[in-house]
Ligand binder design. Structure first.
Ligand code: URA
Length: 234
């Protein structure tokens, strides 16, 4: 975050007044006199007239996003590809995705700088149900889904029991709603591969009861207080 915005958000002065203070050399970042337009990170020490600014509690941000396919689920990408964080408003906070959706998968993603909540949601013992819409190539019957429901082996790991049902089927494809309570790498795709089927489209539509309906591809919104409370108590 820009230093003048930071000082304004901390109630020190308006942005314009903050700029005057910076120009007068009264503001330091980590002991070095701040320049106009300098950036401030979360852990920088800011002083005004050599008095340390006591930071307020860290502001916590909670977003949900409808991740498009072709976007990586990391904070930065060494191959320069677009990441989910590129879709967020600029806050200066270190906001990261809670868990992963693979490159080709779209749908509901939670992003936050609340490490405690992220840890709880990502912890396998939480067993939070996540629902996906999977479009599978060709025709499937309910019976074909039985192995997936009871558990299939993925590289020596037996997947937990899960819910799955067909929502539409025809000669070309079958749409399935599948709800799993774990999150191994590319799990849904690999579960279908294990029964010889190819997932041609995958979208996460729900995490618990939170659903992505109403958000266009690439759209982001802040979670409501009720939604944050819901996730904290999942
Ligand atoms: N299962 C997958 O195959 N991919 C995801 O991104 C999430 C679940």
């Amino acid at each position: 975050m820009r230093i003048n915005k930071f000082l304004a958000e901390y109630g020190v002065a308006s942005r314009r007044r903050a700029d005057e203070m910076i120009q007068a050399g009264r503001v330091k970042i980590n002991g070095i006199t701040a320049q106009l337009g300098a950036d401030v990170q979360d852990d920088d020490v800011i002083t005004i007239d050599d008095k340390q600014l006591v930071r307020q509690e860290k502001k916590l941000y909670y977003y949900m996003m409808n991740k498009p396919k072709g976007v990586v689920c990391t904070v930065s990408d060494d191959r320069g590809r677009k990441t989910v964080v590129d879709y967020l408003p600029q806050t200066g906070a270190r906001i990261f995705p809670v868990g992963r959706l693979d490159y080709a998968t779209e749908g509901l993603l939670i992003l936050t700088n609340d490490g405690e909540l992220a840890y709880r949601l990502m912890n396998p013992t939480s067993e939070i149900p996540k629902t996906y819409l999977a479009r599978i190539e060709g025709t499937l019957t309910e019976k074909d889904l039985n192995p997936i429901r009871s558990g299939v082996e993925l590289d020596g790991y037996l997947t937990k029991k899960c819910k799955a049902h067909i929502v539409e089927t025809n000669k070309a494809y079958t749409k399935v709603h599948i709800t799993i309570t774990e999150g191994k790498n590319r799990q849904v795709r690999r579960m279908f591969e294990s029964i010889g089927r190819n997932v041609e489209f995958l979208k996460r539509i729900k995490i618990g009861q939170l659903n992505v309906g109403g958000l266009d591809r690439g759209e982001v919104r802040e979670l409501t207080q009720e939604e944050v409370f819901y996730l904290q108590n999942l």
